[in-house]
Ligand binder design. Structure first.
Ligand SMILES: [Zn+2]
Ligand SMILES: [Zn+2]
Length: 265
């Protein structure tokens, strides 16, 4: 066994996840939470809730820890593949042709996003929420550092679920890297607490996930709002949500005859 290669692959994998966190989250942190700290009403989604230094440090530590664990696992998987271990992931476009190689990118994104929705929704059932997912919801006003500040058990469950599509269908390795970098970067942006809109039509504004932290059991989607619309768990106007209102659909008003419209994001 090539121990030098093993060490550099595992180390590289751990460092790259943490580097993305610190570069992207660090950028939003300095730009808004440091430089424009005195005027939160101009940029912050929840201007009255400014996280304390202690809350920020806790989020930084937990997100960094989880990405290190995730990087360790991913590094071992990459090394396994490099040693000739068989997975459906392929390296030569000619193996499946250009059409599938290009189409594979949105297909993988869609499947990973769906997996994230259902795992997240599962963690909002009362027993799993109380035992594990409550950790993430301690940050009612998220910041970029909160991105993977979750209970390690939940992080592992999420990582396992998002790996399933790649173990079932063949995807080009660059599509796999692109999807996972995208997911991490946009999850940081979605947790930024900063009022931001995306240039991509499928990617909702940061308020979509920020509202999840404000209202708890609603808006379970990661990037696409499709799964929330499909299952009626997107936030609706006039419904009441809160830490104790489980189910993702809120508490209806007494005189409600039909479900009120979804909030427009
Ligand atoms: Zn949640
Ligand atoms: Zn969150």
């Amino acid at each position: 066994m090539d121990w030098g290669l093993y060490a550099s692959v595992v180390f590289g994998s751990v460092v790259s996840g943490i580097a993305i966190l610190w570069i992207v989250a660090g950028y939003y942190h300095v730009r808004y939470y440091v430089r424009r700290r005195h005027e939160p009403e101009t940029w912050k989604l929840q201007p009255k809730r400014m996280p304390t230094a202690k809350q920020q440090k806790k989020a930084m530590a937990l997100s960094t820890f989880n990405l290190a664990v995730g990087g360790l696992i991913t590094g071992h998987l990459v090394f396994f593949i490099m040693q000739g271990g068989r997975t459906p992931i392929y390296f030569e476009v000619s193996d499946y042709g250009w059409a599938w190689t290009i189409l594979g990118l949105p297909v993988l994104f869609f499947l990973v996003d769906g997996a994230a929705y259902y795992v997240h929704r599962l963690f909002h059932t009362k027993p799993l929420y109380v035992r594990f997912h409550k950790t993430h919801h301690r940050w009612a006003s998220p910041t970029p550092w909160v991105v993977v500040a979750v209970h390690p058990v939940e992080f592992l469950a999420l990582q396992a679920a998002t790996f399933i599509p790649m173990m079932v269908l063949p995807f080009h390795y660059l599509a796999v890297i692109a999807v996972f970098v995208y997911v991490l970067v946009f999850n940081i942006i979605d947790h930024s607490g900063v009022r931001l809109r995306s240039m991509w039509p499928w990617q909702g504004p940061s308020q979509y996930h920020d509202d999840h932290h404000v209202h708890f059991h609603v808006n379970f989607g990661q990037h696409l709002q499709l799964f929330d619309r499909l299952h009626g768990t997107l936030r609706r106007e006039k419904r009441t949500y809160g830490a104790d209102t489980f189910g993702g659909k809120g508490k209806p008003e007494d005189d409600e005859t039909a479900p009120p419209p979804f909030v427009r994001y």
